[in-house]
Design a protein around this ligand. Structure first.
Ligand SMILES: [Cu+2]
Length: 492
């Protein structure tokens, strides 16, 4: 009985879906579209590196489009002072953006640079055919493969390497996006940008300096060290932030390379006017957070009403603040107090991500050379103090009466260097007396900071606002970390 009821219900639903589909005009370019053989001279596709997107296509006929993509294995920074060997399509993570028109015939050339160590291939999700091109494009270092396909379906499609071990090739950054425009083109907007999330697995901890290798076990366990946009923590902040002006419309092509994580993509302070979820032709409106599966992509559009920093995050929020999944879109222009009263979001949300990276970079380079000075540590420490400690102890180190003790001219802080290191690593609870006032509150352990960060922060704190003391070295922090116990649940 039950089964019959379900079947009946399904039949009714199917029927109503059919009716609805018949009533609604089908968007042009939806469904497979073969508009005949390519016309005119072959066109060489203009590919772009992220976050840029090739210009819109103004063509009213199908063409033969030649795409040349070169695989390169490159060493780059994944985070400040942390290098990683990325395997890339075109030298960047994500790979070069490909833009074609529905019905185009693509002659695809995959080149594997002779300096590379690995064979590679490409599976384009926008290709109709076995493996999305994978079998036809297997290419050894120093070789080139060629295959052709007709782009039957419009949409935004992920491409990725599919050479075994597939997870490792994808996990090293081998993915990108291909846009197949509908024949009538896309609605013009003021800015189009290309953003793609990916998760990375390194042997060392988050922000552990030096060169880091791929960690297969972490990848299998799906415990990423980094989750980032465009291949590196901070790839789209500061000078490299996406830019727009108040009054303009922005279209983001957002992909998720994975290999493992699903993205809860959100822009802090914006509402997506339109989302082509899953990259399909249907639009959802007024969306706060959109899900992007691994190996999937979306197109989001919004209009900028007020100036400020809009923060792109994976709203699985530890990834944003502790693994790097954070980017900035900076909108400039006049305030509109009727819509928003104003005040920067930067200090509220960004913390040490907005830190003065130059100071941090300089200190790290000096340390590598063995010439790190106290002054360099102070500058780098100040950058990290902001947003890490300042939320409680305040930017001027004065704390808040009865709640957060002062660090400025703190007798307690300056009395014992080892103890101060231990407090930051392991937290502090119970009664403390600072400059004659009692505090009985809780400071959480901050052991997620690495030895250099902690050493620089404490060097800054012990030499600011009237304090003066010697420098704290990363070695000292390392020793305290090894010889003390952190509370249950704290980072190591
Ligand atoms: Cu590969």
């Amino acid at each position: 009985m039950r089964a019959t009821g379900t079947a009946l219900l399904a039949a009714v639903c199917l029927l109503s879906a059919c009716l609805a589909a018949a009533a609604a005009p089908k968007p042009r370019g939806s469904g497979p579209g073969d508009f005949g053989p390519p016309q005119g001279e072959p066109i060489h596709a203009q590919l772009t590196s992220p976050p840029f997107v090739p210009p819109p296509i103004h063509r009213n006929h199908p063409a033969k489009v030649i795409v040349e993509l070169e695989v390169r294995e490159v060493q780059k920074e994944i985070s400040e002072g942390v290098t990683y060997t990325f395997w890339t399509f075109g030298g960047t993570v994500p790979g070069s953006f490909i833009r074609i028109r529905q019905g185009d015939t693509v002659e695809f050339h995959l080149k594997n640079h002779p300096d590379n160590k690995m064979p590679h291939n490409i599976d384009l999700h926008g290709v109709t055919g076995p493996g999305g091109g994978a079998a036809s494009s297997f290419t050894a270092p120093g070789h080139e493969s060629q295959f052709s396909f007709k782009a039957l379906n419009q949409g935004i499609y992920v491409y990725h390497c599919a050479t075994a071990p597939v997870g490792m090739h994808v996990g090293n950054g081998m993915y990108g996006l291909m846009l197949v425009e509908p024949p009538e083109g896309m609605k013009p907007v003021d800015h189009e940008y290309y953003v793609m999330q990916g998760d990375f697995y390194t042997v060392g901890r988050y922000r552990e300096h030096g060169h880091q290798d791929f960690d297969m076990q972490k990848a299998i366990d799906e415990t990423p060290t980094y989750v980032v946009f465009n291949g590196a923590e901070g790839a789209l902040v500061g000078d490299r932030a996406l830019k727009a002006k108040v009054g303009e419309t922005v279209r983001l092509f957002v992909g998720n390379g994975g290999p493992n994580m699903v993205s809860s993509f959100h822009v802090i302070g914006e509402i997506f006017d339109r989302v082509r979820y899953e990259g399909g032709v249907h639009e959802q409106e007024n969306v706060q957070t959109t899900l992007i599966p691994a190996g999937g992509a979306v197109i989001v559009e919004f209009h900028l009403e007020v100036p400020g920093s809009y923060v792109l995050v994976d709203h699985s929020i530890f990834r944003a603040f502790n693994k790097g999944a954070l980017a900035i879109l900076k909108a400039e222009g006049p305030e509109n107090k009727a819509i928003y009263s104003g005040k920067e979001v930067d200090s509220v949300y960004l913390g040490d991500v907005a830190a003065n990276r130059a100071a941090v970079t300089e200190a790290r380079a000096a340390q590598a050379r063995g010439t790190l000075t106290k002054e360099q540590q102070i500058k780098a420490g100040e950058a990290r103090f902001t947003g890490t400690c300042s939320v409680c102890h305040q930017g001027n180190g004065e704390g808040l009466p009865n709640v957060f003790p002062p660090l400025a001219r703190s007798d307690f802080l300056m009395a014992d260097k080892q103890r101060a290191i231990g407090i930051v690593l392991n937290g502090l609870t119970g009664m403390v007396t600072v400059n004659g006032s009692d505090f009985n509150s809780v400071m959480p352990p901050m052991s997620q900071l690495n030895d250099d960060e902690l050493a620089n922060i404490l060097t800054f704190v012990r030499n600011s606002w009237g304090n003066s003391g010697d420098a704290v070295s990363a070695e000292e922090v390392k020793q305290v970390r090894a010889s003390t116990k952190r509370p249950e649940g704290a980072a190591h």
